[in-house]
Design a binder for this molecule. Sequence first.
Ligand code: SF4
Length: 219
Amino acid sequence: MTQDRIAALEAVAGRVRVCTLCRLSETRTNAVPGAGNPLAEILFIGEGPGFNEDKQGLPFVGQSGKYLEKLLALIGLTRADVFIANVVKCRPPENRDPLPDESSACKPYLDEQEMLIDPFVVVTLGRFSMARYFTNAKITQIHGQPKYEDRRAILPLFHPAAVLRNPGLQDAMAADFRRIPELVAEMKARRQGGASAAAPSGDGSGGDASGKPTQLSLF
Ligand code: SF4
């Protein structure tokens, strides 16, 4: 049931908000479970919360978030259409990189979110979320080049903050972003035509011809 899926995502968020599995819980103001449409066709994955995200408990609410919203507008979407999550749900102090044991401790939450949302396309933002799907890859070499898994395409993009620091990357970022709608359409067609054309696992609520449920709801 769609409502079951939404409730399961809310349960993940509830566990994240009180999680103490790694040291980042000691310095956070708020954990940032992720936000957006629980039935989104596109899942964006960033690195971790920054200063503003930590204060508000929401992902991508600073300058990077504003830029991400501009990029979404390029393809006719708003953040309410997609789901935005991070590799680690709590802010690393001084915005340092997440440590390997912190990413590992937090991984089951993101795994569960990805399984429940079951997006057609996962867009990784920056090298930490890229590393979840691409081993030993360099973002400068593979950005904009999708990798196909059974039910979804993974599209590695630069992190919006990196593009804001280096405006020379803006054209490449916009071009990469414009690939997203064609990838969604491609994966919809694959699910309809392939062996995995059935409704998303465990749903049983039916759905539209794309294999995604038709009822939409926002957190
Ligand atoms: S970063 Fe993840 S694993 Fe660490 S305390 Fe926060 S929610 Fe828990």
